[in-house]
Design a protein around this ligand. Structure first.
Ligand code: MLT
Length: 334
């Protein structure tokens, strides 16, 4: 593990150290019964306003209430979420730095040669949060009317069409890979720091199309501001009843949904991990969270899935699964 501590980690470490030594901290004696005794930071690895940020901000307050503390959400962007993951891996394992991440935690090992962290060794899992459908969407005046038209159009114009994503390793990048593999094309990708800003450019017509989560695209689809060709789940999304599935639209290979989980640095005391997992389960049972998620096309996982054990087993299986899919798609780590 690198010894360089990025500024943010130095700052987080300083805060943790100060709290540990100050009255009310754990005094460095490892007693965590008072946890939390300072603000908890949940790091979001993409821009504010995007799907990962949206899901995090839905659960932050109910989790803070359940913990009897305060949670601050901090966006740390870059490299498809790997910059943030690398920084949290180096944070103090004291329960005051938490990472929200998604399927990208399981694809990064196959996409990055020198990742700088190992998901299964450098993190402890807290629990799964939600699994979000993706949508294939385009700027409002993009010529193709259906997913079949889109496939034909990109084949005929692959040197001109632009495909937005949130960087290599992002869910939008993975879904774009699967689309290109299914369509037999290689498109010009336009990476953003998150699909929040990418969606702004899509609505504005600066980029042609992208694959992104319903937690980001639902509002613009419903408002008619972007075109929606399909959802990438076996069943239609209740909140988007008129959008066909990829199978109905003739591209059954394009099936992916974006699972999200919370992580802490490896070595975080197990009783702290359990407190965080308990607070997560309470947040996911909160009716306001359930309603907000339903409005955006998703739902909380079950309490059993919001546990460290189930989350870890899922992460292990997903690293193996996506490693094979990425290799089969002929994508090289770089
Ligand atoms: C992605 O993986 O595409 C991210 O979810 C984008 C984001 O959250 O901004």
């Amino acid at each position: 593990m690198g010894t360089r501590r990025p500024r943010i980690i130095a700052a987080l470490a300083a805060v943790s150290l100060a709290a540990a030594c100050s009255p009310g901290g754990d005094g460095g004696d490892g007693d965590t019964t008072g946890y939390p005794e300072q603000n908890i930071t949940i790091v979001v690895p993409f821009s504010a306003g995007g799907p990962t940020d949206t899901v995090t901000r839905m659960i932050a307050d109910p989790m803070a209430e359940a913990l009897g503390g305060k949670i601050v959400v901090q966006n740390v962007e870059g490299a498809g979420g790997t910059v943030a993951a690398g920084q949290v891996a180096q944070a103090e394992p004291d329960g005051y730095t938490v990472l929200m991440h998604h399927i990208g935690m399981s694809t990064a090992p196959a996409l990055y040669k020198d990742l700088g962290y190992q998901p299964l060794e450098d993190f402890a899992t807290v629990g799964l949060v939600t699994e979000v459908p993706m949508t294939v969407v385009a700027r409002p005046d993009f010529p193709p009317a259906t997913l079949a038209d889109l496939t034909a159009y990109v084949k005929a114009n692959q040197d001109k069409v632009t495909l937005a994503n949130a960087g290599r390793g992002a869910a939008s990048h993975l879904c774009g890979l699967l689309f290109q593999s299914a369509a037999g094309v290689k498109l010009q990708e336009v990476p953003y720091q998150g699909t929040g800003p990418a969606l702004t450019d899509l609505v504005g017509g600066q980029v042609d199309f992208m694959c992104d989560q319903t937690t980001n695209t639902s509002g613009q689809i419903t408002a008619g501001k972007i075109k929606a060709y399909a959802v990438t789940t076996p069943e239609r999304v209740k909140s988007l009843p008129d959008v066909p599935t990829t199978t109905e639209a003739g591209m059954p290979q394009l099936q992916v949904s974006v699972w999200h989980g919370l992580y802490v640095p490896a070595g975080t005391p197990p009783e702290v991990v359990q407190k965080l997992s308990g607070a997560l389960q309470k947040a996911l049972a909160d009716q306001a969270v359930i309603d907000q998620m339903a409005e955006l096309g998703t739902a909380p996982v079950t309490a059993a899935d919001a546990t460290p054990e189930t989350h870890r087993a899922h992460l292990e299986e997903q690293i193996e699964t996506w490693g094979k899919v990425i290799a089969d798609a002929g994508v090289q780590a770089s």
